[in-house]
Design a protein around this ligand. Sequence first.
Ligand SMILES: [Zn+2]
Ligand SMILES: [Zn+2]
Length: 135
Amino acid sequence: MPFGTCPSCGGHNLRSSKIRGPAERLQSLIGILPFRCRQCGARFSTLLWDLASWKYARCPNCLSTELGSWSEHYYNAPLSVRMLVGLGAHRYRCELCRQNFASFRACKERFSWKKRRAAAQNAATGRDQPDKPQP
Ligand SMILES: [Zn+2]
Ligand SMILES: [Zn+2]
């Protein structure tokens, strides 16, 4: 089964799911995270390390490939992320779930608010409001 595919219906419309119970908490520590399929609702765990085999950068939270970027002025990145950036990784920000991260992978699709606004005209005024990630 290729990563990013629902084992139940083969769909690609996945989102990360909340960690439930100590077993999943333990799994998450080694990079196995629960996902849920938006198509059929199946819930399953998968090894997030497979992300590294992806060709393009993806949001680690919602798996979106449509990414913007963040600035050090607004985002107090954790040391691990700053180290990656120091090594030449790209700064990526998922505007959909406000996840900031760093990746060496290329961006498949640049996020643009214009594009989003066109898709959802009645969206709130999309001023980029950086927020610190929850600990
Ligand atoms: Zn499914
Ligand atoms: Zn995201």
